[in-house]
Design a protein around this ligand. Structure first.
Ligand code: ZN
Length: 80
């Protein structure tokens, strides 16, 4: 991989302050950047706090950084 682009949907409202009425830029960008590490989407509801969980919602800031499960995923691929 040489580069990647992330496009934020213009039809959605975006914010950087975690407001409950918009999607958080860092939250979504961190998730999407995780895919560049070959991390896959996780869909189990019990794992909704993981950065690589497939779904987000307005005001969600849980995915701004890596959760322990995300770190384990990276370590499983690349080693510690
Ligand atoms: Zn994803």
């Amino acid at each position: 991989m040489v580069e990647f682009d992330i496009f934020l949907d213009k039809d959605e409202l975006w914010a950087t302050d975690g407001t409950s009425t918009a999607f958080d830029v860092q939250n979504v960008a961190t998730h999407e950047a995780g895919h560049t590490l070959v991390l896959q989407d996780i869909r189990s509801p019990k794992d909704c706090g993981l950065t690589m969980h497939a779904y987000t919602w307005k005001g969600d800031i849980l995915k701004r950084d890596l959760a322990p499960g995300d770190i384990l995923g990276v370590q499983a691929i690349y080693g510690e």
